[in-house]
Design a protein around this ligand. Structure first.
Ligand SMILES: [Zn+2]
Ligand SMILES: [Zn+2]
Length: 239
């Protein structure tokens, strides 16, 4: 029930061929958004610190034909690198987020666990847990890094929050309320959007309900890597 209320006529996370793992052009994604009768689509591609294509990507999106009733937004998706909340994106891209010449938002992604010494792969994290690291410490590290990342960047959106947890054998149910509330406070203060993500089926209903009740602005996203998935929800709309 709770996931149903967040506007299925919006899709805040759609990848194009500017991402090396996606297959549709921005124009194809725009046409798909139109066919799906979306009101809002956010064009997003992956960046890392060495990425150089962002001006070209933004120019391509801005050159798209206007479609009546469809708002096109932009974003760059970057992973949170470490426990300090360092974000894996070119500094000039981060500096221009929310500016007229920059992307509208940076999508902060938990593709790896942000460790004190840099990103930990799920495999390396699992090994540390086997070796005695307390899963609660991993959860706290992830939440702290996410909070710090929000505070370091301009307008942000949390991409698929907690998608990394199942990869390291941790359930969202193990994330304590007080950490959820601490993240909510920071997200609200910063105006951070938080995705409910179709591809990764996260966050859980418990988490989404708690954040919504706290006043966090949740947005639906498919994380589409092909035009066929743009604006198509099953999990997001069927809870
Ligand atoms: Zn991602
Ligand atoms: Zn993505």
């Amino acid at each position: 029930m709770s996931r149903r209320v967040i506007g299925p006529d919006e899709d805040h996370h759609v990848h194009s061929t500017f991402s090396d793992d996606a297959v549709s052009t921005p124009a194809q994604n725009l046409a798909a958004a139109d066919r799906a009768a979306l009101r809002v689509v956010r064009m997003v591609d992956h960046v890392r610190e060495s990425t150089t294509y962002v001006p070209e990507f933004l120019a391509a999106v801005r050159a798209l034909p206007r479609i009546e009733g469809l708002t096109v937004l932009t974003g760059v998706e970057a992973k949170i690198l470490d426990a300090d909340g360092t974000v894996d994106a070119p500094p000039e891209v981060l500096a221009s987020i929310g500016e007229p010449h920059g992307a509208d938002r940076v999508l902060l992604a938990d593709h790896q666990v942000p460790g004190p010494d840099g990103p930990w792969s799920p495999h390396a994290t699992l090994q540390r847990i086997v070796d005695g690291l307390d899963p609660q410490d991993v959860i706290e590290m992830l939440l702290t890094a996410t909070i710090r990342a929000i505070q370091r960047v301009g307008p942000a959106q949390l991409a698929h929050p907690f998608s990394v947890l199942p990869k390291i054998g941790i359930s969202e149910d193990d994330v304590p309320d007080e950490l959820l509330d601490a993240l909510a406070d920071v997200a609200i203060a910063a105006g951070t959007l938080v995705e409910v993500n179709e591809k990764w089926q996260c966050p859980s209903t418990r988490v989404a309900d708690r954040w919504r009740a706290a006043g966090v602005q949740l947005v639906p996203s498919t994380d589409a890597h092909t035009e066929a998935d743009v604006g198509r929800y099953e999990w997001v709309c069927t809870a």
